[in-house]
Design a protein around this ligand. Structure first.
Ligand SMILES: Nc1ncnc2c1ncn2[C@@H]1O[C@H](COP(=O)(O)OP(=O)(O)OP(=O)(O)O)[C@@H](O)[C@H]1O
Length: 619
């Protein structure tokens, strides 16, 4: 919404911003100092952008000695953060500071309100509320900005309570001033010592000089550069503390966790580059929902930021954060060149191999930290089993899986070491969640024969086994399609009771179910359950379900209904048939029950409940 009053325009925040502001202001009280990190990071990004644009348009060049300046004004209770960056136009101010492009704010809000106070900064970092952190310390924020290359400047102004204004302004040169009108209880951030310590903590590695304007007693000013302003990755490893690495990681990934692994190396040979990469220890809150699957490792050329879209590692490694800096590309490298240059192809290969080697190395330790890393990112890594023909066997060698063997995760090698004599396949079952997989009737025949089954519950699990196909000469086979394999193994718990005679029952069930099933047959693999679904040929049941859910049209593939002739219900039905009773309704209930067991949704749940109720009443 926007109504013009003279020159000043009034706008409403979109609803998501309002909610988010409320959360940020009220949930992060004890970590307020992060506002400075967020604002300085934005200024550094804006300066990077302008420097990059200036490579192809000299009129946008940054002024000499460009910096990010922080000016406290105690008497007016104002703190100003100024940069010479790319700036924002009228529309960009409204768009960037008035709306939230990312979905999931509500979910984030719920998670934030229920999180423990000490977990909140990490959540907020995962979400990246950035600019809005300003309202933790300020009851009014003015942003005056002039876009590089434009003559217009505008001031965006808001008290963070639902609306903002845009007013024409003047600024002598391009860039942005963020003016914070500090809350009474945040005046500590107007003290030089406090500002220095916060800047050192958060911004030491930022490659732009950050200056603090200190006012002397006689009223004169002095600009003091606070940060070291060196590209951290260019320093010697021995001169970098683990705190500095952590701060750099947090800066580049907008996160709050500790890196799980830090990889800092210099590659020499045909292509020369320096790389500082990190594996996160926590998963960003909306990581799995993100629409883009590309990696965002920053590419620098001779220390200058070029892009975070160079896709320096495959998509299944997109959780890797950090910087690659090379001397072997020109500074004005174009987008087309990024896609075709062999230099980048070589860097990609080397970086991917290095990260892969590091993950494999960590996997060997098989400790809790690795397991937690796997819990966080395994679902993404497994995408590589599906789409990365070059590395899929290597990924398979360290991938972890749940299985029927124990509650601990297992590797494929360990699974193979436990295979039964005569077993030539790695069996798996896919489904929506671990709990329902564990109790699936599909497992009964495998359990009673002591055959281990991998339990796969990530959406990607429905796809990759088909492409991986085999590991160490052992094929991977879904239990749903492998029941005939069970005949090879002795069933120690075989039920010795007399089974029902199915000669008449089977044809009647089949007739009652018609086109809804491909076949109805007896099975020896069920123990406690009466029925189970299976399929023959075509995609397995879980795959079919996932494909339908993702909106793909799929011809109806009727399943096979298998029944357990030793189950009391089946015996009972067989007697009813012998007595000449109609069991049509029972047949439908059996099929629907089998579908529910598989986690499928019924086409007509009301009809099913009515059917079931009638049967219970007339029992
Ligand atoms: N000093 C600045 N100069 C130019 N543009 C800015 C500046 N500060 C913010 N912006 C713009 O406003 C947008 C929103 O900033 P905000 O900090 O909320 O999120 P972000 O930086 O995109 O992501 P994150 O939340 O992960 O930090 C930025 O993407 C940028 O386009």
């Amino acid at each position: 919404m926007n109504d013009k009053q003279g020159q000043t325009e009034n706008h409403q925040f979109n609803a998501e911003v309002g909610r988010l502001l409320d959360l940020v202001v009220h949930s992060l009280y004890s970590d307020r100092e992060i506002f400075l990190r967020e604002l300085v990071a934005n200024s550094a990004d804006a300066s990077d952008k302008r420097r990059f644009e200036a490579l192809t348009d000299a009129s946008l060049a940054l002024p000499e000695n460009s910096n990010i300046q922080i000016t406290p004004n105690k008497s007016e209770k104002k703190l100003t953060i100024s940069d010479d960056g790319i700036g924002m136009s009228h529309d960009e101010l409204a768009q960037n500071l008035g709306t939230i492009a990312r979905s999931g704010t509500r979910a984030f809000g719920e998670k934030l309100s229920s999180a423990k106070p000490e977990e909140r900064p990490s959540l907020i970092g995962q979400f990246g509320v950035g600019f809005y952190a300003a309202f933790m310390v300020a009851d009014q924020v003015d942003v005056t900005s002039k876009k590089a290359g434009s003559d217009e400047a505008w001031t965006w102004s808001s008290n963070g309570k639902g609306s903002f204004t845009l007013t024409p302004a003047s600024r002598s040169h391009a860039g942005t001033d963020i003016i914070l009108h500090m809350k009474e209880d945040a005046e500590e951030f107007l003290d030089n010592w406090r500002l220095r310590s916060v800047i050192r903590k958060w911004a030491d590695h930022i490659s732009w000089p950050i200056t603090l304007r200190e006012t002397k007693e006689d009223g004169s000013h002095e600009d003091i550069t606070i940060n070291q302003g060196t590209a951290l990755w260019k320093k010697n490893k021995s001169d970098i503390t683990s705190e500095q690495y952590t701060e750099f990681y947090r800066h580049i990934s907008h996160a709050f966790d500790e890196p799980y692994v830090t990889m800092h190396w210099h590659a020499e040979g045909t292509t020369e580059f320096t790389s500082l990469l990190f594996l996160p220890s926590e998963r960003p809150f909306d990581f799995m929902e993100q629409q883009t699957r590309e990696s965002h490792i920053h590419l620098h050329v001779r220390r200058m930021f070029i892009t975070d879209n160079a896709e320096l590692v495959p998509n299944w490694m997109r959780f890797v954060q950090g910087v690659v800096d090379t001397e072997d590309l020109p500074l004005n490298v174009s987008r087309e060149m990024l896609q075709t240059t062999p230099v980048l192809a070589r860097i990609r290969k080397a970086v991917t191999k290095k990260v892969l080697a590091e993950i494999k190395n960590k996997a060997k330790t098989a400790d809790e930290k690795f397991n937690s890393f796997w819990e966080n990112f395994g679902a993404v890594i497994k995408e590589g089993l599906w789409e990365d023909s070059e590395y899929k066997q290597e990924i398979a060698s360290f991938a972890r899986f749940h299985s029927t063997h124990s509650d601990d995760l297992t590797t494929l090698d360990d699974y193979i070491s436990r295979m039964k004599e005569g077993q030539d396949a790695i069996y798996f079952l896919t489904g929506d969640n671990l709990a329902s997989l564990k109790s699936s009737p599909q497992l009964e025949g495998f359990r009673s024969r002591g055959i281990e089954v991998l339990l796969l519950s990530d959406p990607v699990d429905a796809f990759w086994p088909e492409r991986l196909n085999s590991y160490n000469d052992k094929v991977l086979r879904s239990v749903i399609n492998s029941h005939s394999d069970l005949d090879k193994f002795e069933d120690k718990d075989a039920d010795q009771t007399e089974p029902a005679n199915l000669d008449t029952l089977l044809p009647i069930l089949k007739d009652a179910l018609g086109d809804n099933v491909k076949d109805v047959r007896n099975t020896e693999r069920l123990k406690g359950s009466a029925v189970v679904l299976t399929s023959e040929g075509g995609p397995d049941l879980t795959m079919q379900r996932l494909m339908r859910r993702s909106g793909q049209s799929l011809p109806e593939v009727p399943p096979i209904l298998e029944i357990n002739a030793r189950h009391p219900l089946i015996k009972n039905l067989s007697e009813k048939v012998a007595e000449g009773k109609n069991i049509h309704d029972y047949a439908l209930v059996l099929l629907n029950l089998a579908k529910l067991q598989e986690g499928e949704s019924l086409k007509n749940p009301n009809e099913f409940s009515q059917l079931l109720l009638n049967l219970l009443v007339n029992k």
